[in-house]
Ligand binder design. Structure first.
Ligand code: SF4
Ligand code: SF4
Length: 228
């Protein structure tokens, strides 16, 4: 899932300072699961903003709405008829959601209520960890299913650096060395030999270094054209 966390209240208050009527829009998918931007969080933030701006002597109308998935146009359609009532909309979706809304409804401005952090999973109650950096050329088959791009601080491809001590990464005492994990997992799988194959320098053009990325499926486009 995409993992995000809410921006500090004061930062959100600064963003809405010039608006009198504000709509908060949550997203019912990833950010609901990580307790950052679902119906409950929208409700709590709306209450905080109403109270806080009132105490400041500048009370604002702050209304709430949550769509199932902000990153797909179809799900945002119910918003269309509401937007005229507001000066500004705060999206509690991830960065993709905020951009989808700005693109879909250009007559209105949507600002981010969340900081989008990474793709990951909950590892225990209240803890989320990064697992994939969307490099565009997955090598998990070669690394025992553990990603050195997302989980090694130096994104090393051919074993650990000298900072790996007792299974811990040099950046932080509570961060396991990804290459220690890779080695142990490969050992358990009987695949240490795969780690002995030298990995060439990674072609980062499939990652962010190649600029904004796009996937085009001609087979699906063809079906869509035939249906028109
Ligand atoms: S190798 Fe690339 S695609 Fe695979 S998990 Fe790591 S970052 Fe994600
Ligand atoms: S200690 Fe391990 S995880 Fe940390 S940077 Fe070095 S190889 Fe990567």
């Amino acid at each position: 899932m995409i993992v995000a966390e809410q921006k500090p209240l004061n930062e959100i208050k600064t963003m809405i300072a010039d608006a009198e009527r504000v709509l908060l829009v949550g997203c019912g998918t990833c950010v609901t699961v990580c307790f950052a931007g679902g119906t409950k969080e929208v409700d709590l933030l709306a209450t905080s903003l109403r109270m806080s701006t009132k105490l400041d002597g500048n009370g604002k109308v702050v209304d709430e709405f949550t769509v199932q998935r902000q990153c797909e146009w179809e799900y945002n359609e119910p918003l269309k008829e509401k937007l005229d009532d507001y000066d500004l909309v705060v999206s509690l979706g991830c960065g993709v959601g905020v951009q989808t809304l700005n693109e879909q409804f250009p007559q209105k401005q949507f600002v981010p209520g969340l900081n989008t952090a990474f793709m990951g999973l909950p590892t225990e109650q209240g803890v989320w960890e990064e697992r994939c950096a969307a490099c565009g050329n997955c090598i998990l088959d070669k690394t025992g299913g553990i990603c050195p791009i997302a989980r090694c601080a130096k994104q090393l491809l051919n074993g650990p650096c000298g900072g790996s001590q007792n299974g811990v990464c040099e950046i932080e005492s509570d961060v396991p060395c990804a290459w220690q994990l890779i080695w142990e997992r490969a050992n358990d799988l009987g695949q240490i030999d795969r780690l002995m194959e030298l990995q060439p320098a990674k072609d980062w053009r499939t990652s962010r270094d190649g600029g904004p990325r796009k996937i085009v499926r001609e087979d699906l486009r063809l079906v869509a054209h035939e249906e028109e």
